[in-house]
Write a protein of this length. Sequence first.
Length: 522
Amino acid sequence: MTAARRPDHRHAPTATPRSAGRLTAGGFGTAGRRWRWRREVFTYSSPVTTPDGLVRFGDHRGRLVTLNAATGTLKRIDRGHGQVWGSPAVGPNGTVAFSGHPGEVFAVDRDGRRVLHVTTGGPIDSSPAFGPDGTLYIGSEDGPALRPATHALTRSPARKATARSSLRAVAADAIEVEAGGRAVRVSSPDRVIYPATERTAEVTKGMIAEYYASVGDGILRALRDRPTTLERWTKGVHEGVVLSQRGERGGDAFYQKRIPKGAPDYVETARITFPSGRHADEICPTEIAVPVWAAHMGTITFHPWPVRSADVDHPDELRIDLDPQPGTDFADAVRIAGVARGLFDDLGMRAFPKTSGNRGVHLYVRIEPRWTFTEVRHAAIAFGRELERRTEGVTTKWWKEERGQRIFVDYNQNARDRTIASAYSLRPKPGAPVSCPVEWEELGEVGDPFRLNLFTVPERFAERGDLHAGIDDAHHSLEPLLEMYRRDEEQGAGDMPYPPEYPKMPGEPKRVQPSRARADTG
């Protein structure tokens, strides 16, 4: 396999996972000219590159694979090392360590000879890491905290070691991010969370933590004192990674509604009650170190409740979610947002817009915390119905079969336990887009909302500050919207369906999609 230009020793090759578990590798030679070899293989774990230019990773059959990026040669090592479970770590002299399955850690030298075998006695919850002196650190069944497994590891004969769960240490494969006067430890900072795209470079776990620190005032204004659900993508936003939805289990990414075990002392909580009557203690950020720590835990998106910890039953925020349906796009949502701005002006309310981080637009209004979730949801229904009367191309229809090619006003985002990605949250889309506050005058000029991403928002924030800085200056009354809802109710337009996971709610119409209802009565 030949290359367009052989790399020199100053430019180490890189490896990047692509598409459905495939890997390609490449780098830059002298004068920045690109070279690459044209070999693709299935991967199971993120690749690492050793100092001598070898790319190593676990393949889909659990074998450790070595690729020589300079020559394109490939070697699979399967010598009883167990299944490659976590991402490998590169140690001294090219030693590579990786988690096996179940409950084992192996290390091999450059030629694939086993130089270490560690038995932990339980599942391993994190990838291994090397300290500067060659000490190997591993996780345990107790959680992602790392502990030393060996003394300095060199190319010595094979040996065994037993790890004791009482040992704890900070791995060298970690960084500290300054956040509001605290040094927050972030492990595996080089783990790739967002693969590179045609327009953006890859995004690592460390970069995400640093991003949230860079927009600290903004993200904290969106989260402060609010019970917050964490959307954790611990394996990264890669093709094939599945997000568990409500009530589901087994996804690679998931929503965390309860405070994770082992959270630092400065992470406060607030107890919230779900529609089912169950409750949970969710994290409740009070300082910027909390979002940065959450990034260390694999969080990329924050979903705050529209309440404060002092009163979790009365929202202080009305949220209008303009959601483009198939056949519509961001430009359509922007047009409807303009109509919504006029309606807010007529109501005497000041709304703050932001991109959703995808194709939609979110509008936030601070309200007096005097109304229940049900009443705030009714206000959102009334707002959406008035938009329907004022313009075409917008709908409040809950059932997708009735929405058509219109912008959906998702009124149920104001129901209890329904949340929206906060301002400044990253979204799990290629390129690490941000749900970014914008000014009304620039909303129509955004064009491509994916331009507002992890790479561009920090500079924008440094230059312009938080465009939602004034959101707490005034808290509005919902009475004008609730009066509109009562008027609609008198004319026969009452409540609308709740999401399917909710218990039957008072005043709710029959919760069945229209086509099925017609079939049942036909």
